[in-house]
Design a protein around this ligand. Sequence first.
Ligand SMILES: [Zn+2]
Length: 91
Amino acid sequence: MKSDIKSLSKKEIEELIKNLFENDSLSKEKLKKLKQLAMSRNLKLGGMKKRFCKKCYSLFTIKNSENRIKMPFKKIRCKNCNYTATYKIKH
Ligand SMILES: [Zn+2]
């Protein structure tokens, strides 16, 4: 990660976050920092928020998460900390 991250534009941060999410080795620490950075810049993580647990910052994988869809909601349970996130499905 660049050290001059605070001087990056919103768009550059968005790109950075997207790129990091493509990387499976994204650590919890990095994820936490990225989330804080996005929040401090008023950036919306959008769909990326559903890719990790907001309680323990584990990146969701098929193994450590459980998805359940009960229209119009989608529930993702983190098997790591047992937190369940609920999202409304938009069409
Ligand atoms: Zn969790």
